[in-house]
Design a protein around this ligand. Structure first.
Ligand SMILES: [Zn+2]
Ligand SMILES: [Zn+2]
Length: 266
């Protein structure tokens, strides 16, 4: 076992992912209140003081809401691209972040940090410089990719050969189209820089499947335009059509919107 992985929150109303090794503890985004992050970490038996850092994907509030509080309270290293930092600094909702906490990760960078290797790459989404991450430790790879307007060649390549993938399954297109969202918002979500729908996520997963893929977690579900069971079923059907059975070695899960539920070991 190299990694321990869990979602503390995943969905349009807040995202915070935990990933740890035997020695280090990391968060990807902190888009919920500091209190909720602390509560989630407690369930994982991690003291927030033990955190080695937070990796930020982009400046939307559902990814950074708690970053200011956590930075001020625990003086954590926080990694974001220079453009994303400028956008965070201009956001009125996170407050002051101590200068020494602001660390830079560039898009398309690979860094060794303590006992992990982190790799970032650009994704199509309507933020200033959105990125997704891969993490490596020894022969294991974890990929986190949400807030994807569409699937690019680079996303495909980056998700290749992962052992655990957290992939966005934001909405069901029909639910979104007949739903209550205003026209402009529907267009934004459906657009090339919006969010990934269940169907595209499903097709992607069948293409990414390889014998060492152990876990796929569907995440960043919309509260209005999706149901966990619908996202699951859409992907399950596509896997079945492609003759990819779920088994004790390959599991499909849906991240809870709030709260730690499952812990995965990779
Ligand atoms: Zn976003
Ligand atoms: Zn988001």
């Amino acid at each position: 076992m190299e990694f321990r992985f869990s979602t503390i929150a995943s969905g349009s109303s807040g995202n915070c992912i935990y990933m740890g090794t035997k020695k280090t503890h990391w968060l990807i985004d902190a888009g919920i209140s500091g209190k909720k992050v602390e509560r989630g970490l407690k369930k994982l038996d991690v003291d927030p003081k033990q955190l080695n850092g937070i990796f930020i994907t982009h400046e939307h509030l559902d990814h950074i809401k708690g970053v200011g509080v956590l930075a001020r309270r625990y003086r954590l290293p926080i990694y974001a691209t220079p453009l994303t930092w400028s956008a965070i600094e201009n956001s009125s909702s996170v407050g002051e972040i101590p200068q020494e906490c602001k660390l830079i990760i560039q898009r398309d960078q690979e860094m060794v940090l303590d006992d992990i290797i982190v790799q970032s790459y650009g994704i199509p989404h309507d933020a200033v410089d959105p990125i997704a991450y891969n993490f490596y430790k020894n022969n294991k790879k974890i990929s986190i990719a949400t807030d994807l307007g569409h699937i690019t060649e680079s996303i495909k390549e980056n998700l290749y050969q992962s052992n655990l993938i957290l992939l966005e399954a934001n909405h069901d297109i029909d639910m979104l189209e007949v739903g209550s969202y205003p026209y402009f918002l529907k267009q934004r979500i459906l657009g090339d820089y919006g969010h990934l729908c269940n169907e595209v996520a499903a097709k992607m997963i069948t293409k990414l499947y390889h014998p060492k893929l152990e876990t796929v977690i569907l995440g960043h579900l919309s509260q209005e335009n999706n149901f966990p069971a619908l996202a699951y079923q859409t992907v399950y059907n596509e896997l079945t059509l492609s003759d990819i059975p779920l088994s004790s070695k390959f599991q499909l899960k849906v991240a809870e919107r709030e709260g730690v539920t499952d812990i995965y070991y990779v």
